[in-house]
Design a binder for this molecule. Sequence first.
Ligand code: HEM
Length: 474
Amino acid sequence: FMKRRKKWSRYPPGPASLPFVGTMFSIDFHKPHHSFSQLQKKFGNIFSLQNCWTNLVVLNGYKTVKEALVHKSEDFADRPYFPIYEHMGYGENSEGIVVARYGHVWKELRRFALSTLRNFGMGKKSLEERVVEEAGFLCSAVKSKEGKSFDIHVLLNNAVCNIICTIVFGDRFDYGDGTFKRLSQLVQDSLDQETGFLPQLLNAVPILVRIPGLPQKVFQGQRELMDFIDVVIDKHMKTWDPAHTRDLTDVFLKEMEKGKAAEENGFHYNNLRLVAVDLFTAGSETSSTTLRWALLYMLLHPEIQSKVQAEIDNVIGRERPPTMKDQASMPYTNAVIHEVQRYGDIAPVGLPHMTYRDTELQGFFIPKGTTIITNLSSVLKDETLWEKPQEFYPEHFLDTNGQFVKPEAFLPFSAGRRACPGEQLARMELFLFFTSLLQKFTFVLPEDQPRPREDGHFALTNSPHPYMLRALPR
Ligand code: HEM
C-alpha cells in the first residue's frame, strides 16, 4: 500500500478538479489542442486531467510523445472503452480496428487491413492506377466549373471517398449519384457528432447512453452511416463468388469461411461492417481535409503554387498523368505536401490511447487504464524543433541543396503500434491528387471573396472553414 501511495505521489500534475465534472470545464472541447497548449505552459509536457471519473494524461512535445509511443510502445497501445459507439454495434468481440482494445483480435484485423491495402492489385487495376484514374475524374469535374467561383470541398470528398469505396466495395460512384452524395455527407456528420461536450460527457458517464432515444438523437448520422454500410454489404454477400476476389469485403468473407478459428480471430460479420465503417471514417475525411488545406495554402501563397507548377512542368509535363515514381524527382512538391500536413495539423490530438499496464514516463507514474491524449499538434509545432513552427514554410522539408528531408518530429500519422495503417495510401492520394490538380489548373481567390481564414474548425479533424476558389485551366 505504501509503495503504491508513493507511486501516486509521482502522478502528473494538472488543474484543480471539481466534484463530479472533474476538470472538464478547463478544456474547450471545440479546440482542445489550444487548451492543452495553455496547460502545457503551466504544468509542463506531461499533465493530468479528469473527465468526471476518467483519469486522462496529456503528452506534449516530440520527445515525450516519441518516448511513449515508440520506446514504450506496448505500455501505451491500448484504447479506452467508448460507450458512445455501442449503438453502432461496437462492443465486446466486435471492435473493428480503430477503437479496438489492444490484443490478439485487434492485431489480426489490423494485419488483415494492412496486407489487403498492400496487395490491392486484386486482378484488375492497382491501387495507384485507381487513384490516377480518380484524379482524372476529379479534374474533369473541376474543369466543368469553367473557371467560375466554387467550393471544392464536395468534389475532394467525392474523389477520396471513391478510393475507399473501391477498396472496400470494389466500385466507385459517379459524383452526381444521389446515394453517393448521401454517403459522403453521412461520413462528415458522423465525425461532427463525435466532438463537443456532450459526447465526452456520455463517454465519461455511460449510464446516460442508456436514456431511451438519446443515442439515436445525438448520433443520428452515425446510425445512418452504419445502415448504409449494412445495405451495401448485404448486396455484396448476395453476389459473392469465392473464385473472384473483387475487394476487401470479399477477402474478409473468404476469411470468415475458414470457420471457428477465423471467428475467434475476429473474422465475423459484425467485424466486417465495423472494419468497413472504420476505413470510411478514418480514411476519407482525413485525406480530403488535407487536400482542402493544400489548396487553401496555394490560394494564400501563389508564389509557392507557381514553384510547384514549374516542377510539375519540368518533371511530368502538362499531358502525362503523374505517377508515384515522379515523387522522387520532385523534392519541392513533396516538401509542400509535407508542410501542408504539418501546418494544417489535421489530427491535432490524434486518437485517445490507454495505458496497457502501470508505466513510468520521464519520472512520472501513469497507472494502467489511464486515458492518454497524444497532443500531435504540439509535436508538429514543437518550438524547440521547427524553424518557423507557426508559419507555412515548405523549407522545413528541404536541405541546403534543395533535396527533400523529413525531420523526425513529422508525426501527422502518429507513431508506434497504433500508427495510422493508411499512411501509404494517404501519401499516394495526397501526391497524385495534388499534382494532378496543379498540373491542369491554377487556383486563385475570387475577387469578391475575403481572404480565407487560416485557423481551423475542430471535429476530431481540424478542417478549414468553407472557402471559395476559381480553377483557371493552364
Ligand atoms: C489511425 C492520421 C489516412 C486508417 C490514425 C491515427 C492518426 C491518423 C493520427 C491515430 C494513431 C494513434 O492512435 O496513435 C491519418 C492522416 C491521414 C490518414 C493524417 C491522411 C492524411 C488514413 C487512411 C486510412 C486510415 C487513408 C485507411 C485506408 C486508419 C486506421 C487507424 C488510423 C484504421 C486506426 C489504427 C489502430 O487503431 O490500430 N490515422 N490517417 N487512415 N488510421 Fe489514419
